[in-house]
Design a protein around this ligand. Sequence first.
Ligand code: 6R9
Length: 653
Amino acid sequence: MTPPSGNALDNLLSESRTFPPSAEFAEQANAGTDLAERAAADREEFWAEQARRLSWSSEWDQVLDWSDAPFAKWFVGGTLNVAYNCVDRHVADGHGEQVAIHWEGEPGDSRTITYANLKDEVSKAANALASLGLVAGDRVAIYMPMVPEAIYSMLACARLGLTHSVVFAGFSSEALRSRIDDAEAKLVITTDGQFRRGKPAPLKPAVDEAVAQTPSIQNVLVVKRTDTDVEWTEGRDIWWHDLVDGQSNEHAPESFDAEHPLFILYTSGTTGKPKGILHTSGGYLTQAAYTHHYVFDHKAGEDVYWCTADIGWVTGHSYIVYGPLANRATQVVYEGTPNTPNEARHWEIVQKYKVSIYYTAPTLIRTFMKWGADIPAKHDLSSLRVLGSVGEPINPEAWMWYREHVGGNRCPIVDTWWQTETGAIMIAPLPGVTECKPGSAMGPLPGIGAKVVDELGEAVGKGGGGYLVLDQPWPAMLRGIWGDEQRFRDTYWARFEEQGFYFAGDGAKYDSDGAVWLLGRVDDVMNVSGHRISTTEVESALVSHAKVAEAAVVGATDPTTGQGIVAFVILRGGVEQGEGIVKELRDHVAKEIGPIAKPRQIMVVPELPKTRSGKIMRRLLRDVAENRQVGDVTTLADSTVMDLISSGLNKGS
Ligand code: 6R9
């Protein structure tokens, strides 16, 4: 167990450093070795035990009904109210004065929200939504920055049995429009604007543009955040302060079936159209709470927890809203970017609130590395005791840096593998139990079944690699793709139909000790700063521009963002090449999808490499994008194409 040294950090499978839990940590840890034993002895009873962390209005008669696989039903016959579980019951248990949220605005304003305050705000918001005529089962789109009202809105929906669809506020109006349409949402909740890198940026105009084309929307509820002037459509638009503030803070929560739809969250797949991943109530909340409790070793009333995700992603749903609040966490919610007003902002926040559990993404850790270790070193980070990572594989070098410069060589690091589809963490070490290796997510959690298999679905042994599959249904699993049963079956279940495995789309390996190493996506989904973006989605955006004839997009390795988007485009005849067009196309992609999908690089090329059946050979383009010798070109329809591309690029087009 030696601290970081030098450069031999890259070869994952020769990584031999291990970090066993300290005796002090193990002694106080929530998890013990018995957890896995109990799960192995009786899986369903184990999950039933976890479900009892929640308060149910009526208990289930059956833990799991898998008879209609791949559509699972968990806690069949049980009823509960998700918002009651996240808010009211803590107040009823005498913890109303405990801080639920230390909210930190980007410009430096802050709000302290206790569980009693949260109950009032969520109740008022629920009364307000009900007054608009919304009833259980209706869909509500939430397109908001990280303001407390976004959390109130999600919980108010949950309280009323409305299904929310949170759309990341960095997405374009077109992305919002298609998500509203797909779910036929009746209401959008938004803000006038959002603070981004120290400046207010308008948000409502994107909603106005989207809603002009979405017949299902009846109202737009607008929180005033930046005091930006907005256009107003009378009869449709309503200010939050006008509607919500005057409502009663009493609202009786109704109980819903364990399988009542809680939310839809759109994520990129291998085709251009995002998939609406559907999650339900009882199983989802059970696993979100279970994992938050054990993986972060969370102690209610003692820890100060901070997950740096945005509520627009699943991590924000499960590890800002549902898991932590179900577990009565005191948490920090930060509105802005990590370098506003300077690169020390996160460490100032850790110091200010004495954050003890910090959960972030490898891309940010690598950014911190770039900014320099002297920045965290100037702050008191001694309150930290557990560090988490999510969103993409964490390279051993970043893991070691995180351990040393943020965790003071003292905090266990939990690298958590999961997906929008899995709803909650699936593969991660248990702090206090697992001996960790830098860069490995280690193994499936107790109660979870995951395996690495080959093409035929046969389990590979130690040292072997292949596809990651989940071989047992789990409580927080997706219950389908909204409105597209066939796509659900095809995407996740067709590949290993015979074995009944869920195909995750990730490559993985076991090392010689049997620890799991995630190796990234095996499909055409890129992972840019932990965000999933499909190559097809960006290609469709590019070809929707009048000057583009054809486009091919690849994810190229990037030292900071994990992958960077590199696009190859063929322009239409007569279009001038040069700087101007590249900027125009990058902006166009930002407008179509959102700034996160802006290609890092666009190369204008005369041809694209294709097989005889017309498939673009992305492998070869990736070679070009990563400045490698171009690989085997024998299956190309025209083997001279790569020379044409390379020579064109060398001329600097
Ligand atoms: C939670 C979240 C899911 C994809 C997943 C994988 C990658 C996430 C990871 C990881 C290696 C980890 N991923 N966590 N890869 N190690 N700890 O990120 O959900 O946005 O749906 O992305 O992210 O490729 O398939 P989502």
